[in-house]
Design a protein around this ligand. Structure first.
Ligand code: ZN
Ligand code: ZN
Length: 371
């Protein structure tokens, strides 16, 4: 049995609080990871507010990176001491997993939001021995130790810094995958990115990697614009300064963009993104909102060769795509570190407040390596 410190969410609508936790012995397919850094993703906030049905009490956190400190007897591809980044969990065997699309695993919800192992047991206990729900995205990494499996732990090169690597596992994979794996823009084509948080910034970096000629970054927070330009945006737009942001993008691009990435998830922004498209054009919507999220779309607008598609986790297989992103990072074309501000785990509240206020693009919690 191991002990660790974790941020435990006991009631929806409250801030997770640091508590001592216990981790029972590993199952044969599990790995124990000492977390070096874990990003705060918007989905953690949505879940803490009650917008994702994870049972409580629970430990959230799903952008963890760290070092493997123990492995179960059935683990073959990882060893103690390996640096890893943790992605979402998938069964690796269903129809969609088998064809390389684990983001659409038929068991995605129970594996990532169920709070338990497939056999119904929990991976975590509180100090009194009462069960805590873990397995959030196969990791529950708002904790100094996390239990994952080979299915979602991806080996990192030895020379990659662990603390900034965690967000590759969700937010950065989501934005970059939407561009490089789903939209696949041709060199010289145009793209607009709505919402310049970590997902949107990853989409901007990916657009530059893909060779897009025009990259329009759209966000009401003007503090985001300079960074977006540094990362690859050729134009930036504050939608609050225009009555019709879609029309404004059509004007500045001479007829509209070939592609749009929508990383906000509100009906207003989805409609702006669709309105910014040329003919033909494709919009990928990525922003997760709690519960049902109906959007009215003008079918006449779509008939002209326009597509609206939804994308989870960049439609990527973390075992394939994360090593690609790491290579791009090491080559300097995917500068993850520019998005990140670190906070010691003890300053969780401060990190959350900075995320909610839009003061940071990506907050990463760090742990004392001695703990
Ligand atoms: Zn599957
Ligand atoms: Zn996430």
């Amino acid at each position: 049995m191991h002990t660790a410190t974790a941020a435990v969410l006991r009631d929806y609508g409250t801030t997770p609080r640091a508590e001592p936790i216990e981790l029972p012995p590993l199952r044969p397919d599990e790995v124990l990871v000492r977390i070096g850094g874990v990003g705060i993703c918007h989905t953690d906030l949505t879940a803490a507010a009650g917008g994702v049905p994870i049972p409580l009490p629970a430990v959230l956190g799903h952008e963890g990176a760290g070092t493997v400190v123990e492995i179960g007897p059935d683990v073959t591809d990882l060893d103690v001491g390996d640096p890893v980044v943790l992605g979402f969990d998938s069964c690796r065997t269903c129809r969609n997993c088998a064809r390389g699309r684990p983001a659409y695993c038929t068991r995605f919800a129970p594996l990532n939001y169920g709070g338990r192992r497939a056999d119904g047991s929990t991976t975590l206990r509180d100090a009194s021995g009462a069960p805590l729900h873990g397995n959030w995205f196969g990791q529950s990494s708002f904790a100094s130790l996390a239990i994952a499996t080979e299915r979602n732990a991806v080996r990192l090169p030895d020379d990659v810094p662990l603390v900034p690597a965690g967000p590759l596992g969700c937010g950065l994979q989501t934005g970059a995958g939407a561009v490089l794996r789903v939209l696949r823009p041709e060199p010289g084509s145009s793209i607009a990115v709505f919402g310049l948080g970590a997902v949107g910034m990853a989409a901007v970096m990916a657009a530059r990697i893909a060779g897009c000629g025009t990259v329009v970054g759209v966000d009401p927070n003007p503090r985001r614009h300079a960074l977006a330009r540094e990362l690859g945006a050729t134009e930036t737009l504050n939608p609050d300064e225009h009555t019709d942001p879609g029309r404004r993008i059509r004007e500045i691009t001479g007829g509209g963009v070939d592609h749009a990435v929508e990383a906000v998830g509100t009906e207003a922004v989805i409609r702006q993104a669709l309105a910014s498209l040329t003919i033909p054009g494709t919009c990928a919507t990525l922003g997760l909102r709690a519960g049902r999220n109906p959007v009215t779309v003008d079918q006449t607008h779509l008939l002209n060769g326009r597509t609206l598609t939804g994308v989870i986790e960049g439609d990527a297989d973390p075992h394939v795509f994360l090593p690609e992103l790491v290579r791009l990072w090491q080559q300097g074309s995917f500068p993850v570190e520019k998005l990140i501000r670190t906070f010691p785990f003890e300053r969780f509240d401060e990190a959350l407040a900075a995320v909610r206020a839009g003061d940071v693009v990506k907050a990463v919690l760090t742990f004392d390596p001695q703990e």
